[in-house]
Design a protein around this ligand. Structure first.
Ligand code: PAF
Length: 279
């Protein structure tokens, strides 16, 4: 497990692997790793000769300064967790090297960046695209692994690889959940004990919503989910949308889509949690 900070050194190591015909799998992360990230590492190890993990809290994707400031940074713990999975290379660049000057690139993903997370966090997906395109150019992986919890992010990154015409296979991996159903997230560790306990209501409600599809129309189900969650004093729904899993278009009738995904963002105290479920 090699730990590298510099871009040029990373490029040189990976260049040698590639020259020897090795397949490279890549997992970009912002650290504060949990079992969801580790499942991506495990999958990459199965499907590639070489696995690279990056740890970089990307400032350009935070539209809220306090969120960036409080984002958990636990590098020693991350390295310890990763040592059990033994990725070949861990890339931990400095902000100054990734952004020697402000990144002024603007990506245009059209509709998919202006709904849900994109609407709530203006500029967020542009920042994600800025950093992921940079990381892709340093690592040049064959496969890149992303968690399906960030459902819209996966769609944006797929669109970005298409637009940039880079030959990288984007692999979306299932959401990993705590025993009580809460989707694993680096932000969960910011919850108080009471908030953590009440946050289980989010996944619990999504599962119940699946079972209610035959009985409710789309609008009734949306109202039911929002009321159910907002009735818990610790939770406040920011948005709840039911969308087609490919176009991300919001559906009005069940017949509008065969592959529907219910996406939710809930404010739990100061912490913003997202989750989704296939309906
Ligand atoms: O999902 C994340 O952790 C981040 O958005 C990513 C993809 C590592 C880019 O900073």
């Amino acid at each position: 497990m090699q730990i590298v900070k510099l871009i040029a050194e990373t490029q040189s190591i990976i260049g040698k692997y590639k020259a020897n015909g090795k397949r490279v799998g890549f997992i970009p992360t912002m650290g504060a790793l949990h079992k969801g990230h580790l499942s991506l590492v495990a999958q990459s190890k199965k499907e590639n000769d070489i696995t690279v993990v990056s740890i970089f809290v990307n400032p350009t994707q935070f539209n809220n300064h306090n969120d960036l400031k409080t984002y958990p940074r636990l590098i020693d713990r991350d390295l310890e967790l990763l040592s059990e999975y033994e990725p070949d290379l861990i890339f931990i660049p400095e902000v100054e090297e990734v952004y020697p000057e402000p990144d002024t690139r603007t990506f245009d993903f059209g509709y998919i960046e202006n709904i849900m997370e994109g609407k709530s966090r203006p500029g967020h997906f542009n920042g994600v695209a800025q950093v992921v395109s940079k990381l892709f150019s340093y690592i040049n992986p064959d496969n890149a692994y992303f968690g399906q919890k960030d459902f819209q992010q996966v769609a944006v990154i797929k669109q970005m690889t298409k637009d940039l015409d880079v030959n990288i296979n984007i692999v979306a991996c299932p959401i990993i959940r705590e025993v009580d159903g809460l989707a694993m997230s680096s932000r969960n560790m910011l919850l108080s004990e009471a908030e953590r306990k009440n946050a289980t209501k989010i996944s619990e409600t999504l599962v119940k919503a699946c079972n209610l599809v035959p009985d409710f129309n789309v609008s009734q189900l949306k109202d039911w989910v929002i009321n159910e969650i907002n009735n818990n004093t610790y939770l406040e729904v920011e948005y709840f949308e039911i969308v087609d899993d490919t176009t991300l278009k919001s559906i009005e009738k069940w017949e509008d889509s065969k592959n529907r995904v219910a996406c939710i963002t809930v404010q739990v105290g100061k912490v913003r949690l997202i989750d989704n479920i296939s309906l």
